[in-house]
Design a binder for this molecule. Structure first.
Ligand code: ZN
Length: 173
């Protein structure tokens, strides 16, 4: 019974979400992005979920600069070898990339023209999350921009409460 209730609650909590993380995962991720950005540059991370189903629960994260140490220029430019390393991790661990998170200075969480022209993964439904203030402090999901790729260089962008609905951070992740 308990496990039935847990499953039902999990299905209900954040049911319109595109990315699901526990508060512990989210805090750790923001913390680490802030550390890597060092208050002066952007940083980013890929979000990986189980391959072969539609689960949006994040099981593993891969920081951009771990697969491409030179990618954190003033913006972010991931090399082909960085992507190869990412695909190797996905195939070895049976995971798929469902989204990415990168930081912006200040409180602007809209995509730059470069962001919208260059999805990290150009797959319909890929979620690009932008964290403000270079992740230099704790950030709530409603402070982020959540941008869902629609294909053909089109994005659906959400902010505030709508962003928090798509980016579920809670115990039922
Ligand atoms: Zn950006």
């Amino acid at each position: 019974m308990t496990s039935f209730i847990h499953r039902t609650t999990r299905a209900f909590a954040g049911r319109r979400s595109r990315v699901r993380l526990t508060p512990h995962q989210w805090r750790g991720l923001v913390d680490e992005l802030g550390r890597r950005a060092g208050g002066v540059r952007e940083a980013g991370v890929f979000l990986l979920a189980r391959a072969g189903d539609t689960s949006t629960t994040v099981l593993r994260v891969v920081y951009f600069d771990d697969v491409d140490p030179d990618c954190l220029t003033s913006g972010i430019s991931m090399s082909a070898s960085g992507f190869s390393a990412l695909w190797r991790i996905c195939s070895a661990e049976d995971l798929r990339v469902i989204g990415d998170v990168h930081t912006h200075p200040g409180n602007g969480v809209r995509q730059s023209p470069i962001d919208s022209a260059n999805p990290m993964v150009a797959a319909r439904g890929h979620v690009a999350i932008i964290v403000p203030h270079l992740a230099g402090r704790e950030i709530a999901s409603r402070e982020c921009g959540v941008h869902v790729y629609q294909g053909n260089h089109g994005w659906d962008s959400s902010f505030g409460r709508d962003a928090a609905r798509l980016l579920y951070v809670g115990r039922w992740a």
